[in-house]
Design a protein around this ligand. Sequence first.
Ligand code: UDP
Ligand code: MG
Length: 339
Amino acid sequence: MPKLKIRHNTIHNEHIKPAISLSIIVPFFNEEEVLGEFHSRLTSVLDGLEENCEIVYIDDGSTDKSLALVESFKSVNSAISVIGLSRNFGKEAAMSAGLEHCRGQAIILLDADLQDPPELIPEMMAKWREGYDVVNMQRKERNGETWFKKFSAASFYRVMNILVKIDVPENVGDFRLLSREVVDHINQLPERNRYMKGIFSWPGFRQTTIQFNRDARFCGETKWNYLKLVGLAMDGITSFSIRPLRIASVVGGLVALSAFVYGMFIVFKTMMFGEAISGYPSMMVVQLALGGIQLLSIGLLGEYIGRIFIETKGRPLYLIQSVADKPALKNSLILEESA
Ligand code: UDP
Ligand code: MG
């Protein structure tokens, strides 16, 4: 039996690097408990695919051992890139970093906490091969989430779809497949305010939806609290619609009109029946209602102006501290027969 000598891939045979068909983008932030299990489940799915795959891990400024752990990962069939951001920029920025750095023709975004089962990837790829550009993964059930989270999520999608002209599919998270064409368009969007669920829907193209049951987190805790979710909802609405401003103008107009009518009525009444001292309750009610509406509208204006402020600064979405690229093991080993 001939003896095999193993030589590692060097820069000289860079040109034999195979084209990547599928990129998996995984943003993570302090997920050390789950990443090992995640990686082994993901690679065992990717090993079953014919396509050349790459996994792009984005470390969103983790403060635990997640980054070192991911840098030690290997895979036989998939190339692995590990991009370390310089601090926690948030999931939306981390996903943007992944989208800009991936090379695949099909791109799938996956959470590291195993809430989006990697086992669905072959089904998503089948849709992509059929010619779809966007495969939305819709949650049928949200296991492991409180009724309040479910209720607030449902209400948010309802409000969002009333206010925003593009259709943001309900109960579709960031877990989805995008074609290279769509990702190229998304990468060209200059905005800093990245509400990704809206941005993914904005380009349009051929879309389809697969339903799945979303599992509870494998372990660890959600990185979102309600305050952050309210912020995300505000971002979503204000970066895709100016309808709230229009609603504020319409409400303001209606209030002004009724104030005018009521004013005429008071003048008329005073002229007819003289001046009465009473009227404190109605004064208070009108004052409070007007004050409330005004403050609300000013706050709303502030939301938009704040976003204009952030956009005009034009700062980068994220800063990269480290990049590590590892070819798939099967490509990095050149087997040579030696005598
Ligand atoms: N995540 C991130 N940066 C953050 C917060 C979260 O990259 O600032 C990652 C997190 O590690 C996970 C994914 O985004 O891989 C989804 O986060 P999480 O599970 O906390 O959100 P949920 O599933 O509760 O919406
Ligand atoms: Mg999660």
